[in-house]
Write a protein that binds this ligand. Structure first.
Ligand code: ATP
Length: 306
């Protein structure tokens, strides 16, 4: 019994961790034969996309009924625009992405894409429309080409190379002795955090979704890497409806709107300049993040002449 229990328990932990990190779950569900927590509505239709406008309408959500996380949360990401969410750890930022991808259903209010409640569309069509660049990308023990093409196995080598170039990881790949056939993952070449995020960006570009969710890595990248990832993100976000979950404020300065979350509610919203002028929670966070550190290259760019 103990022998049976341990692996099952391990799978449970693995399942939670993977779910937490917003990775592609479909394969995991199949491997583990687990029921999905959400099911297609009997009359579910494929999502009919226009510009992919995302709207959270008075959303309530709790993982545990005794502890509400989101309370009456509303915001819009107009088609093709970027909204960034900032706030302390545990404020509920990543929960927004999990709800949009429908890992869980909202308990009050609704989430719509182009006016369609995401509970009324097929999960397959919903998840095809959303590309997630997670904090920690899971790499399979396979070639780097396989890892980029994961989710689009029909992609041609030329397509894989094109997205690798766009995510600026092509030069790194061809510098390896086996190029695109280099084995990566636990038993192969270990990639840095920045390289893994580039693989995730390349994978997402290949999926070409109208909606992009970028869950910024909490672990600090060096400033050159951080600036590069930001540039790659900005190009990936062009023309897509984008939700950025930001842990470093330098990532959000160009967002059309920044939502500042505290304990499940938006306490401030606006552009970077408007929020600084307001001298409230965002301005305090900005001052805090920048008082103890040297200005990064991004800040230099943002402020022009330092
Ligand atoms: P961080 O910046 O640390 O990633 P966050 O703002 O993204 O934090 P969330 O991950 O959205 O925060 O979590 C919001 C709250 O929900 C936290 O208090 C967290 O402990 C709780 N929570 C998150 N996932 C679960 C879960 N699977 N089960 C129960 N509670 C959870």
């Amino acid at each position: 019994l103990i022998q049976l229990y341990i692996p099952l328990n391990f799978l449970g932990v693995l399942y939670r961790e993977v779910k937490q990190s917003l990775t592609d779950l479909d394969k995991m569900f199949t491997l583990m034969g687990r029921e999905r927590e959400v099911a297609d509505a009997p009359e579910a239709r494929p999502l009919a996309l226009q510009g992919a406008a995302v709207r959270f309408e008075a959303v309530d959500f709790a993982y545990d009924p005794a502890r509400p996380i989101l309370k009456g949360l509303s915001f819009d990401i107009p088609a093709g625009q970027t909204v960034a969410v900032v706030g302390a750890s545990g404020a509920g930022k990543s929960t927004l992405a999990r709800l949009l991808y429908r890992f869980y259903d909202v308990q009050g209010g609704r989430i719509t894409i182009d006016g369609q409640d995401i509970r009324q569309v097929t999960q397959d069509s919903l998840r095809k429309a959303i590309g997630i660049v997670p904090q920690d990308t899971v790499l399979f023990n396979d070639t780097i080409a396989y890892n980029i093409a994961y989710g689009r196995p029909d992609a041609t080598p030329a397509e894989v190379e094109a997205v690798a170039r766009a995510a600026r990881i092509h030069d790194f790949i061809v510098a390896q002795p086996k190029g695109y056939d280099t084995m990566v993952g636990e038993r192969g070449l270990k990639l840095s955090g920045g390289e893994k995020q580039r693989v995730a960006i390349a994978r997402t570009l290949l999926k070409n979704p109208p909606i992009l969710v970028f869950d910024e890595a909490t672990s600090a990248l060096d400033s050159a890497n951080e600036r590069a990832i930001q540039a790659e993100l900005a190009s990936a976000a062009r023309g897509r409806t984008t939700l950025v979950i930001a842990h470093r404020l330098s990532t959000v300065v160009d967002a059309h709107e920044i939502l500042v979350m505290e304990a499940g509610q938006v306490v401030e919203r606006g552009t970077h300049a408007a929020l600084l002028a307001r001298a409230g929670a965002y301005a305090r966070m900005w001052a805090l993040q920048h008082s103890s550190t040297r200005p990064t290259a991004t800040e230099k760019n943002t402020h022009g002449h330092q």
